[in-house]
Design a protein around this ligand. Structure first.
Ligand SMILES: Cc1cc2nc3c(=O)[nH]c(=O)nc-3n(C[C@H](O)[C@H](O)[C@H](O)COP(=O)(O)OP(=O)(O)OC[C@H]3O[C@@H](n4cnc5c(N)ncnc54)[C@H](O)[C@@H]3O)c2cc1C
Length: 384
């Protein structure tokens, strides 16, 4: 009955990252793989920024990378040396085209377009329902979020929402060797708010106004804030807007499913969005790698987190607790972290890759009288 070995639901970042990892390993050419998405990935619907030490699988399609970035917690700002990390940028459309080109070269991989109605897995069968028909498989990798899991009492659900403009200037204006990771000089009246500036050339940059808060702003509010940033902080008068992007990412400690029978949840739908920062791209890559390795080494795709790794969930919940209860703003928290630690230590921590010694150092840089009670409350909530 099983027709496919793997069905990958959704050809967004997580689905395509997984298939690229499988292809690049060179070990899956005998597996029958089906990819399904409801829409063709033909537009530049998002831009991914992330940090990485080594050359990743998508190195050849990076738009740009920076080794030094500015952090502004105050007016003077600090130029952070990220070594051994680089901050990298990939345009969505370049990623989709690159991955889909690799898929088209594989005789064992099929790509179909259509809306998946549902997915099922029990002892008897694992299948998706597409256009009313069941398609059977051994494993499903699902990145489709049909509905958000409900937040239970004391769980936090903040939104990271952002509006970005790709601006072009008639004269060289930007220093393309230095990006701005976070500029907190903007008003904090709606919650944690910062702007990042990613110059891809001397005359072109992505300027993104970003907030961590409960509610979205009006379309006009984002535009006013961006214009204000261009006028007052960048002091850039003459520019045109070449592209725009808007996005909302969940920042939450509610539990997303990881596995149900032979269904493995990947991407944002599988809880791969870091609760305290919204960063997802790196986690998607790490998980795609781990699944590929598990399939090769163990013959199954079930990757489990060690209990010790789960401490990062506690750190995320603690930060959300402090932010959601407005005990301290993200501006002060990030300023203290970057002020008192090497940038690479902070990035390693935000990547869930730090050692416990480094974590103690990070904890030491934020006010204990706020963070210790918050951490204890979150710990108790887990235990009780
Ligand atoms: C504008 C924007 C910018 C972002 N920037 C960053 C960033 O800089 N760094 C970072 O780390 N993260 C970023 N993120 C967060 C995260 O990396 C992205 O959201 C990422 O695309 C998540 O990947 P995914 O595969 O989980 O979801 P998606 O990429 O959204 O893929 C899900 C796919 O499922 C398909 N689908 C949905 N329903 C169905 C259905 N019923 N049937 C068939 N197909 C269906 C969709 O068409 C889509 O292609 C950003 C998010 C957004 C929205």
């Amino acid at each position: 009955l099983t027709k496919y070995d793997y069905i990958i639901c959704g050809t967004g970042c997580a689905g395509l990252s997984l298939v690229v990892h499988l292809i690049q390993s060179g070990q899956f050419s005998r597996k029958k793989i089906l990819l399904v998405d409801q829409s063709k990935k033909e537009t530049n619907d998002r831009t991914w920024c992330f940090w990485e030490q080594e050359a990743g699988l998508f190195e050849s399609i990076l738009t740009k990378k920076w080794d030094k970035v500015w952090f502004y917690g105050n007016n003077t700002g600090t130029l952070l040396d990220l070594a051994p990390y680089s901050y990298k940028m990939i345009r969505g459309i370049d990623f989709y085209e690159y991955a889909l080109l690799q898929v088209s070269g594989q005789a064992n991989i099929e790509l179909r377009y259509g809306t998946i109605e549902s997915i099922h897995s029990d002892e008897a069968a694992t299948y998706i329902v597409l256009n009313g028909a069941q398609i059977h498989t051994r494993y499903i990798f699902n990145s489709i979020l049909w509905e958000q899991p409900a937040a239970r009492k004391h769980e936090f659900y903040l939104l990271q929402h952002f509006k970005g403009w790709v601006v072009e200037t008639p004269e060289p204006f930007f220093n393309e060797a230095e990006a701005t990771l976070m500029d907190f000089r903007v008003s904090q009246q709606h919650g944690t708010t910062f702007v990042y500036v990613m110059p891809v050339s001397a005359t072109r940059a992505l300027v993104e106004y970003t907030l961590f808060s409960e509610k979205l702003l009006t379309t006009e509010d984002y535009a006013i804030a961006l214009k204000d940033y261009m006028d007052n902080w960048l002091q850039l008068k003459e520019y045109t807007i070449a592209e725009e992007e808007f996005g909302v990412i969940p920042m939450t400690n509610i539990s997303f499913p990881r596995r149900k029978g032979n269904i493995i949840y990947i991407g944002t739908a599988g809880g791969q969005t870091k609760a305290s920062s919204g960063y997802t791209f790196r986690y998607i890559q790490a998980y795609a790698k781990a699944i590929t390795e598990s399939l090769l080494d163990k013959g199954h795709p079930f990757v489990s987190n060690s209990w010790w790794k789960k401490r990062f969930d506690l750190y995320d919940s603690t930060l959300l607790h402090v932010l959601a209860n407005r005990q301290m703003g993200g501006k002060e928290i990030f300023a203290k972290m970057f002020d008192k630690n090497k940038a690479s230590t902070v990035l390693q921590f935000l990547d869930n890759q730090s050692g416990f010694g480094q974590e103690l150092q990070i904890m030491n840089s934020v006010p204990k009288k706020i963070f210790i009670p918050a951490a204890l409350k979150e710990l108790l909530r887990r235990i009780l």
